[in-house]
Structures are given as C-alpha cells and as structure tokens.
Write a protein that binds this ligand. Sequence first.
Ligand SMILES: NC(=O)c1ccc[n+]([C@@H]2O[C@H](COP(=O)([O-])OP(=O)(O)OC[C@H]3O[C@@H](n4cnc5c(N)ncnc54)[C@H](OP(=O)(O)O)[C@@H]3O)[C@@H](O)[C@H]2O)c1
Length: 278
Amino acid sequence: MILLTGGSGQLGTAIRSLRHDLVAPSRAEFDLSRPGELSDRLALIRPTAIVNCAAYTAVDRAEDEPDLAMVVNATAVGALAEYAGGAGIPFVTFSTDYVFDGRADSPYVESSPTAPVNAYGRSKEQGERAALAAHPGALVVRSSWVISATHRNFVTTILERAATGPVNVVSDQLGCPTYAPDLAAATLAAFDTGATGILHLTNQGPTSWYELARTACNLAGIDPNRVRPISSGEYPTRAARPRYSVLGTERLPDLGLSPLRRWDEALESLIGAVSRLG
Ligand SMILES: NC(=O)c1ccc[n+]([C@@H]2O[C@H](COP(=O)([O-])OP(=O)(O)OC[C@H]3O[C@@H](n4cnc5c(N)ncnc54)[C@H](OP(=O)(O)O)[C@@H]3O)[C@@H](O)[C@H]2O)c1
C-alpha cells in the first residue's frame, strides 16, 4: 500500500479520488510535527511508496511559527525520505513557487537558483534539500497557486465575497494557478514514469490574482467588475510574497509527459465542480 500523508488537504483529496491502493492516516495518527515518532509508525505501516502531501501551508502564520514550519516541511520530510531511501521504496513530496524570490522576468525552471523571501518558502526549500539528500531517487514536485472545488482557497473565497459586494485583489503578482485534480493526475503520471529529482507541474499561465479572480467571477455568473485591482503595497501581508513566481519546466517533455492544460480551462472545471457540489 502507498502511504499518503496530508490526505485531508486539497491535493491529498484529489490524489485519493484517483488512487485507491492507499493508506491515508490523519494528522493525529501520523503527525509530521513529531518527526522522531515517524520511523516507528512507518515500521508498522510498511508502505510500498510514500506520497507526502502533508505540509505546514499557512504562509503568513509561518512568520510567527518558523520553527514549526521547518520541522513539518523540512525535518519530517527528511525523515520520511530517509525511511523510503533505506527501504528502497519511491518517495514523492511537494514544494512551491515560493522557493523563488520573484525577481525574474521569465519563468523559473527546475534548475533556477532558489532564494525564498519568507519563512514558509525557506522551510520548503530545506524540505527539498532534505528529501533529495536522504533519498537520491526522491521526486520533488514544485507547484503553485493550488486551487480546488473541495477546499477553501483563493478562488472559493473570492466567489463567496464577490457574491455580496466589491472585492479588492492584488494585480501585480504573477503566477500559475494549478487545479488540484490536474496536479494530482500529472504527479501520478510522473510517478509512474519513475521520475526523480525536482519537477515543475502547474497549469499553464501566467496570470495575476486579479485576473484569476475576474475570470472565476465571470465563469460563475458574478459581475467581474466587482473585482477591483490593487497593488501589493495596498495589501500588506505578514509574509512577503514573490512578485513573479511563474514556473516553467525544462524536464516535462524529456519525461514523455504532456504539459498540463491552461489555467483558465482548469478554472472552468473548478467552477463546474463548485456548482455541482452546491
Ligand atoms: N496550496 C497552495 O497554493 C500550494 C502551492 C504550492 C505548493 N503547495 C504544496 O502542495 C502540497 C499540498 O498542499 P495543499 O494545498 O493540499 O495543502 P492543504 O490543503 O493545506 O493540506 C495540508 C495537509 O497537511 C496536513 N498537515 C498539516 N500539518 C500536519 C502535520 N503536522 N502532520 C501531518 N499532517 C499535517 C493537513 O492536515 P489537516 O487537514 O489535519 O490540517 C492537510 O491534510 C504541500 O506540500 C504544499 O506546500 C501548495
């Protein structure tokens, strides 16, 4: 059985709907904030592969809890990778566009140098390193701006707010929105090819949070003019964010895998799924 951590999250939920040969313990049963306990739990589960979707993902809160973010996103990832390496089983974990500083003006590829600007990004960068150091055959999938119909995220929040009034959205940060079911399917396809190392998987973009919000409203039948553009300076957040975190890939074609579809096509699927979920 494959061990799936973070099975209750956006991505874990999408993976669970595609694969059934999984054991997906809850956070209480398999807590990455206590990495010292993981090897005993792993010895009991005896997985045939590990897919790690669990993470400390609260980007702003990580500024106040950097140690906890580092334990969950780096120390525990290293422990999982070490077990997988020792057992000779595949290991997949996820990372983020926030490992980059956002000063580029063309897409970041897998070999681009990392330089995170916030605590969350630093913990994910350390997690990448820990995974690859402990298990040279690990697959580290970097993605960005993950959205879904099943969980609260940027798009679902915007739809809720714009349904009742105007909403200000940052227009000067660019990235690639990624639909969790598309990311799940692409990750499993990459996993099946035996891909290792860092791989960028996102829906094709780029766009801004503002354009994403407008397009989501449009597709959901809400007046897109309720979305108003503001600058990052007008919307201060606890954690700094990269202005440009567009991910490109120099590896996907060599793996024989197709690029993911455009972000706006994926968004149409998300809006359809939101309305079906009621
Ligand atoms: N969301 C994004 O925009 C984004 C962008 C780029 C990369 N990523 C990466 O993609 C991966 C999946 O993200 P996601 O959007 O699916 O995140 P998510 O929806 O926030 O889910 C996080 C999952 O991790 C679990 N978790 C949190 N702390 C844990 C702990 N101490 N021990 C065990 N489990 C713990 C959560 O469990 P509970 O349900 O119990 O809280 C949940 O199942 C992560 O590696 C994330 O860094 C996400």
